[in-house]
Write a new protein. Structure first.
Length: 456
């Protein structure tokens, strides 16, 4: 399961708010604790400390929340881990403390209550585990309790830092994505497997000889095997050069890292065909030196994958085309609606997964919609006389490409000049067409149903 990181956009640690019994609260608001659901501490020999960040939030941002207190109980992990308390926490013992956190003025929904340091004891049992438990109160509000499961691990822990998103890139320009690859475990990695994915509007500047590449519908992927050992505490600079294509718009660069194994490489390759690069080898540039014992499995996968947004300053002109069909009473005819992307950019919603365009369709007068493709749906009640079907394109549409949706119409009554207007929804909050389409006038068309003789 670990190796699936190389082909999927996995998120970091989930936030947990685990409770038992109703809290004390006002009718209009509720406190919540946002904490990591679990964390793995490197065993003896690893970096000195891991950080647990505890945040407090509330539901009603229109109300003010008074300053509050966070209680932390780390008794269950005291036999194998040491807690370092921040300055806003007053320890009651080595494993328990009360921490003050600031209030939340109206309009504020989240504050950081504490950043706790955790490190493994020198003689810790590597099979040990336990929970750090939390509670919070502020004025009359009391949170549900929450907890973080803490365990020990003996192995490497590779991770990537989050690179900054980039906006308003110029099509045709070059850019770089820079991240830091590090090992936060207590064992070294002798070889590293990297996966990169550049979306369709981007191109890799170099094709390294220790990497192999695969073009696909939404971009290009690379798999790279690096022979440098990465020891505990070491950090390496990892920079990828990219060309911003003339068709770039809403782009993404994804990358992930794992300790190398033949199995991990085979699973990442899958059934696809990959082509070796011919350029200079991709190397890591050390930024911190350390020491090492060899290891294999990665302790914590939550930071092995990162995604970076690279948006270009570009446009894509969508054009909607309807159709004219003929049918006598009782006939069933097929009308079509096409969305064409005239470019110059392709359009993709690779993060939210929204359709490039959504087109509402109603039956022309005298007809009934009796069949729609799978990408169409209706929220209308069955007894409504003219239901509206919302037909969606895929989440990406290449420059110059079209997507056609066919709607089957039954002619119940021949109505001279029967027609319906179809138009793209231009303000979908996930992918607003009006932000990238320079000409919304051609986003409207008609479906016309004529008599068999053409209306004469």
């Amino acid at each position: 399961m670990k190796h699936r990181l190389l082909g999927a956009a996995l998120a970091g640690c989930a936030l947990a708010a685990v409770g038992a019994g109703p809290p004390v609260h006002t009718a209009s608001d509720q406190l919540w604790l946002d904490v990591p659901s679990e964390t793995v501490l490197p065993g003896p020999g690893g970096p000195a400390e891991r950080t647990l960040t505890v945040r407090v939030s509330h539901d009603n941002t229109g109300s003010e929340v008074a300053p509050g207190r966070l209680t932390v109980d780390a008794s269950e992990v005291a036999s194998f881990a040491r807690v370092s308390w921040p300055s806003n926490c007053v320890p009651e013992s080595a494993a328990k403390a009360v921490c003050d956190f600031p209030g939340m003025p109206a309009g504020t929904d989240l504050v950081t209550a504490a950043r706790l340091g955790l490190s493994a004891l020198p003689d810790a049992d590597l099979t040990a585990s336990g929970y750090v438990r939390y509670g919070a109160s502020a004025g009359e509000l009391t949170s549900f309790p929450a907890e973080t499961r803490v365990s020990l691990g003996d192995g490497p822990d590779l991770g990537l830092s989050q690179a900054e998103n980039q906006r308003d890139l110029r099509p045709g320009a070059h850019t770089r994505v820079s991240a830091t690859l590090g090992n936060s475990g207590n064992r070294a990695v002798l070889r590293t497997l990297l996966w990169f994915n550049a979306s369709y509007g981007l191109r890799f500047d170099e094709r390294h000889s220790n990497c192999e590449y695969r073009r696909h519908e939404t971009g290009e992927s690379a798999l790279c095997v690096l022979d440098e050992a990465v020891a505990p505490g070491e950090r390496y600079a990892l920079t990828t050069g990219l060309r911003v294509g003339r068709n770039a718009l809403y782009e993404r660069f994804d990358h992930s890292v794992l300790p190398y194994s033949d199995q991990a490489l085979a699973e990442a390759r899958g059934e696809w065909t990959w082509t070796p690069g011919k350029g200079d080898e991709l190397d890591l540039r050390p930024v911190v030196a350390a020491r090492a014992d060899a290891g294999k499995d990665d302790l914590d996968l939550s930071d092995n994958y990162r995604a970076v947004v690279l948006d270009a300053k570009n446009t894509a002109d969508l054009r909607l085309t309807g159709s004219r069909v003929r049918g006598a009473a009782g006939d069933t005819v097929t009308a079509s609606v096409s969305v064409r992307n005239k470019g110059p950019a392709w359009v993709a919603s690779l993060g939210a997964g929204a359709a490039v365009a959504t087109v509402p369709v109603q039956a022309p007068e005298g007809t009934t919609i009796v069949g729609v493709p799978d990408e169409c749906w209706t929220p209308s009640e069955e007894d409504e006389p003219v239901p509206t079907y919302f037909c969606r394109t895929p989440i990406h549409l290449h420059d110059g490409a079209s997507h056609t949706m066919e709607v089957r119409l039954r002619t119940d009554e021949v109505v001279r000049g029967a027609r319906t207007t179809v138009e793209t929804l231009n303000d979908d909050p996930e992918l607003p067409i009006s932000r990238f389409d320079p000409d919304l006038r051609n986003n409207r068309a008609q479906i016309v149903v004529d008599r068999p003789d053409g209306g004469r």
